[in-house]
Design a protein around this ligand. Sequence first.
Ligand SMILES: Nc1nc2c(ncn2[C@@H]2O[C@H](COP(=O)(O)OP(=O)(O)OP(=O)(O)O)[C@@H](O)[C@H]2O)c(=O)[nH]1
Ligand SMILES: [Zn+2]
Length: 330
Amino acid sequence: MKGGRRHLDEDDVRVRARGGSRPRTRIRPKHEDAREGFVTAVDRGRYRCLVEGRAVVAMKARELGRGSIVVGDRVALVGDLSGRPDTLARVVRVEERDSVLRRTADDTDPVERVIVANADQLAIVCSLADPEPRPRFIDRCLVAAFDAGLDPLLCLTKADLADPGELLRTYAGLDLPYVVTSRTGDLGGLRERLAERCSVLVGYSGVGKSTLVNLLVPDADRSVGDVNPVTGRGRHTSTSAVALPFEDGWIIDTPGLRSFGLAHVSADDVVAGFPDLDEAVADCPPGCTHTEDAPGCALDAGRAEGRLDAERVASLRRLLGSREDERQST
Ligand SMILES: Nc1nc2c(ncn2[C@@H]2O[C@H](COP(=O)(O)OP(=O)(O)OP(=O)(O)O)[C@@H](O)[C@H]2O)c(=O)[nH]1
Ligand SMILES: [Zn+2]
């Protein structure tokens, strides 16, 4: 896609076909020479973009105002697009986003913000041991994925230390795609899942996410390290997301993102993030909060009769509760 050209109508095309080279007129949309780029990193007001295979550093054009530009955005750029050191291009347009992954509102950060645009998969990285798996973290990520419209992928690491059987049983009712990995094992299954997709990797500290990224994208360290050639500062210390090209798609690593605040997600959407429980709550009394003390909540009957997994019910209830806490703290 070249900026502006797809807006031409049939008449323009005919004129061009007769006249040979494209006529230059003043009625062209502004910045029609802009090129498409993909934002791979954001650091202190500088946007690192991939433009026709070159890494270009850009600033935001003043006309864009306060609108945000995030990793994963498709943008239009003008100015020096050579990618040479000390050059600076300008982002003049942000294309419409197919998806936005947001975080809100933990206690220290009351603002809801977009962290990644245009991703289509959320890879939830969780170790089978050392540190112990955290189903509640997985459940929270599943809700975030549902809310953002991303396909979840469960990535269970350190398979050399523990068996995935028990954890997988908890999620058996979900139809949740998963891969089991270890740093010494075959990553073929994971590669297949990530190829040709734009995946955000998220995981709490120590699960082996960096190890995975380095195995999948061997020069990742370098691409992360020189994120800001403009300032000339060395390894970047920022905790923002970085997109790494991977097999006709992107792996977006999120070093600073351990989890998601869900204060912006409605209770109904939290429940919808639990497809194995979603159907049961149709039998709840109107306005049911689904919490432990909610009278007549159908989750209680389902659990008592063994239709619903007790751990999952507890997890949903904790999530609904912690969401309330997040709201009250903001
Ligand atoms: N046994 C085992 N250990 C692993 C495996 N993958 C990573 N580790 C170890 O787990 C520890 C954490 O790995 P990292 O890749 O740094 O984990 P991370 O998720 O990036 O953690 P942060 O850097 O804190 O975000 C390191 O000591 C790794 O050597 C694995 O497959 N098996
Ligand atoms: Zn209920």
